[in-house]
Ligand binder design. Sequence first.
Ligand code: PRP
Length: 214
Amino acid sequence: MLRIALTKGRIEEKAVEYLSKSGYDTSELDKDKRGRKLLFKVGSEIEVVLAKAADVITYVERGVCDGGVVGEDTIMEAGANVYELLDLEFGKCRFALAGIKGKNFYEGSGHKIIASKYPEVTKKYFNEKGLDVEVVKIEGSVELGPLLGLSDAIVDIVETGSTLKANGLEVYEDVAQISARFIANVSRIKTKKNEFDKLIAALSETVKKERQNS
Ligand code: PRP
């Protein structure tokens, strides 16, 4: 038996679709039947837990779940000690440095402030550039940072780019590409090798088929 944590929301919907396409019985997870339940049987071999992204990492790192599906953004921010077993190739987006359209971020030598929901990713990015910036953690609608004059720029997730556009902002540069990953607990990968091998082989096949169909 493998216990797998899925990130609630869009990632979970795609992950359930991929499990179903990989031959697993996901009927307990049907949205119209499941109510407020958080633990589900998927066939006889898998138990699924629904959790928030950062909690998926916590459960997998601490081994109360064997594996999980979570965005690369959360893995990067958590600096998590987990194995990334498979790039599921959905939930694709990118981390970008963005700000007021037409402004040159690097102009001037003044103190730069960056607003982000991802302070660790932001600090690491600027550290690697050798640039000392102040990072302000914002919980959501980070685009408000430059609009309100809180920050010179933001580091945030860009998917379609429409939130930036609607607010007169633009991408200055890409920071990293992101997609959903299947992660595993570092010791469980050895003790439950056969179970992981079977699941990852089935999911890999589905990822391949989806890629061919897209
Ligand atoms: C995310 C992200 C951007 C937006 C990007 O926010 O932080 O704001 O989506 O998507 P787009 O490029 O397709 O416009 P989310 O919807 O999670 O809300 P939040 O900002 O309140 O966290």
